[in-house]
Design a protein around this ligand. Structure first.
Ligand code: AMP
Length: 226
């Protein structure tokens, strides 16, 4: 099962993505996580990407597109993958589509999580990352996933914040990219919606309301995945 997961930063995509990953037993490939991992390991890629990420800008396509296309070829993706954070603009969507067609790989599902940008911004600022596992959801503003004191609510690990999560200008820039329907992420989503219309429902498009609590959103997602 090959799935794309769209949603503005702060919509809860990472949390819900973990559910999809479990359900289909596929790797959850998150572009932002790959970049942050490279930054913490001080690789050349990390050094190159850091400035863009701190400012809330996209890392250039010339770096991001080959990195992801390469990642999709890894062994763990043989039975499918869940891609989260890519494509983030129209060019990336077109390049991904081209690469998949070339390899004869079908895109099965496109999930779009919808959330008002102000709510998303508040959630971003409350988000805390577990040092042990990126898929342990913690947010100081959301009761259902509130940390246990200053520790991860799942494993008790230490928590940290992302520097680009505490900077309002960077958050606004990320959201401007997301809601840009000319060349940004919304343009990429529309590209897949058009494709789905042309190809009689393939990929399947799933719309998800990101406003309710974590469990309600999960229930809607699971019901729509079938
Ligand atoms: P995220 O963890 O998805 O919020 O991503 C954090 C940052 O990584 C973004 O603000 C971008 O700077 C960079 N990034 C993530 N995905 C992409 C992408 N598909 N293209 C370019 N830059 C990206």
């Amino acid at each position: 099962m090959n799935i794309l997961f769209f949603g503005p930063n702060g919509s809860g995509k990472g949390t819900q993505g973990a559910i999809v990953k479990e359900k289909f037993n596929i790797p959850h490939i998150e572009t932002g996580v790959i970049f942050r991992d490279n930054i913490s390991r001080r690789t050349d890629l990390g050094k190159e990407a850091k400035g863009y990420i701190d400012r809330g800008e996209l890392v250039p396509d010339s770096i991001t597109i080959p990195m992801i296309l390469d990642r999709l070829k890894a062994d763990d993706g043989k039975n499918g993958w869940l891609l989260d954070g890519f494509p983030r603009n129209l060019t990336q969507a077109q390049e991904l589509d081209k690469a998949l067609k070339k390899e004869g790989i079908n895109l099965d599902i496109v999930i779009e999580m919808m959330l008002d940008r102000q709510i998303a911004k508040n959630r971003i600022m409350g988000r805390r990352l577990c040092v042990n596992d990126n898929n342990h959801p913690n947010n100081i503003f959301i009761d259902a996933i509130k940390p246990d004191g200053d520790k991860c609510r799942v494993c008790g690990g230490d928590l940290k914040t992302r520097s680009d999560d505490q900077d309002e200008a960077a958050i606004d820039k990320r959201h401007n990219i997301y809601y840009d329907s000319e060349t940004g992420t919304t343009a990429a989503i529309n590209y897949y919606k058009d494709l789905s219309t042309k190809q009689e429902g393939s990929p399947k498009i799933i719309d998800l309301d990101g406003r309710p609590g974590v469990q309600e959103v999960t229930a809607e997602l699971v019901a729509k995945l079938g």
